[in-house]
Design a protein around this ligand. Structure first.
Ligand code: AMP
Length: 416
């Protein structure tokens, strides 16, 4: 028997209210902040991610699903739902001609060949937004505020914003050399991954989780001490705006995020308890990415959240979500002619906007009522031979078990 591939999940009907709830809150927050929806392909040229997200990052090097299609093109299932693809779309469709910044949001799957565990899947879903075309620190504050308000609107209570600035092309090299200087006496003590990071991507030394690397990373120099004047001013402005918006944030010099494209502001939404491994969402500024992808320079900032993690949070905090409404009427029927009448009646009701389920198969009336009950349908119309002859139905209220016989016309009136 086939099973869903490891690390993927079916989202069955009982889980759907959570998904609808999160999607609806996402759409609502985007409406409030003026972000428009964009839908993007699930696969792209692999090069978009190797150039954009960066070779030497875990999600590209170790986790990306790369394949060659029948035309010999090297494609990749997108390892992140939005940023690189949105930037590609921005360039492809000349969105720089629209008023800047362009504000876009997306919802959809991302694919990472990771070791599956609770909250970590090979196919997961992200909601994210991007604002491209403006370097104003007020935009950083807007995006962080939006992420914050999104989690507030979901009813999640226990989370915090963690913030850092990792500088720009101008000031980062000096920081990286001092970081390497700090690590160089410890290259024998650090974990194997960090030995590679030291050579290839020293910034990522800071978000290592191996116990032996913790004291070294904790004592590392801080990127914020090496920011150039412009980056310092930008970072101070972001913090000042967040302060005036009363968004609580915590600075953490070890927050660097896994991807190459970030510049200046980086942030994460983390649960109060649980630490960085269980981040609910994250984002940052990527002022070089559009240029890196071959466009005229355009700064950008965005954030993405994992929907499965949000739902785990909602379930953990027992946040009530609205149920998806059940059909209004179930039509039970016995015998050939009653089936005919039931089929016609169902269709008439649906054309008038009433949600109806009709019993099929050849179960007893008792079994049909049980089915209606299991489906949470509040009322059942029963049609048997007598009802067919007299043009009536018996309407049963499933809560009180009261029944009333009435002409079909009256039933149609009732459900108008
Ligand atoms: P990232 O760009 O890696 O920070 O991912 C953005 C968000 O997506 C994270 O904060 C998580 O909520 C979620 N996420 C990332 N990877 C996974 C995964 N493998 N499974 C489930 N959720 C994930």
């Amino acid at each position: 028997m086939y099973r869903a591939p490891r690390g993927t999940q079916d989202i069955l009907p009982p889980e759907q209210p959570y998904w609808r709830y999160v999607e609806q809150k996402a759409a609502e927050i985007c409406r409030l902040y003026g972000y428009e929806r964009i839908d993007l392909p699930m696969f792209e040229d692999a090069g978009l991610f190797t150039r954009g997200v960066g070779e030497g990052t875990d999600i590209v090097e170790k986790e990306m699903y790369v394949f060659e299609d029948r035309g010999g093109n090297s494609l990749a299932l997108r390892p992140e739902a939005g940023t690189a693809s949105v930037c590609r779309a921005y360039l492809e469709h000349g969105l720089h001609n629209r008023p800047q910044p362009v504000r876009l949001f997306y919802l959809g799957p991302a694919f990472r060949y990771d070791r599956p565990q609770a909250g970590r899947y090979r196919q997961h879903h992200q909601f994210g937004c991007e604002a491209i075309g403006d370097a104003d620190p007020a935009l950083d504050a807007e995006v962080i505020d939006m992420a914050w308000q999104f989690f507030v609107s979901l009813g999640l209570g226990r989370f915090k914003i963690v913030l850092n600035s990792i500088g720009c092309k101008k000031c980062r090299p000096e920081y990286l050399s001092s970081l390497k200087e700090h690590y160089s006496p410890h290259t024998d003590e650090v974990c194997d991954d960090c030995k590679v990071r030291f050579q290839k991507n020293p910034l990522r030394l800071l978000d290592c989780r191996s116990p032996q690397c913790q004291p070294i990373a904790d004592a590392a120099p801080k990127s914020t001490d090496y920011l150039c004047a412009e980056c310092t001013e930008h970072y101070n402005d972001v913090k000042r705006y967040l302060g005036s918006l009363e968004i609580p944030f915590e600075e953490n010099h070890r927050l660097v995020r896994g991807l190459d494209y970030y510049t200046r502001t980086v942030f994460e939404v983390q649960p109060e308890e649980g630490g960085a491994q269980s981040s609910l969402g994250g984002g940052g500024r990527y002022d070089m990415l559009i240029e890196e992808l071959g466009g005229k320079p355009a700064p950008g900032i965005g954030f993405a959240t994992g929907i499965e993690r949000i739902i785990l949070g909602l379930q953990k905090e027992i946040v009530p979500v609205p149920s998806i409404s059940s059909p209004q009427l179930f039509i039970a029927n016995m015998g050939h002619e009653a089936r005919d009448a039931a089929l016609k009646l169902s269709t008439t009701l649906r054309r008038n906007g009433t949600a109806v389920i009709m019993a099929t198969g050849s179960r007893s009336l008792k079994a049909q009522l049980r089915q209606a009950n299991n489906l949470n349908v509040p009322r059942v119309a029963i049609i048997g031979e007598d009802e067919v002859k007299t043009g009536t139905v018996v309407l049963r209220d499933m809560t009180t078990s009261q029944q009333e016989s009435m002409p079909v016309g009256k039933l149609l009136e009732l459900f108008k």
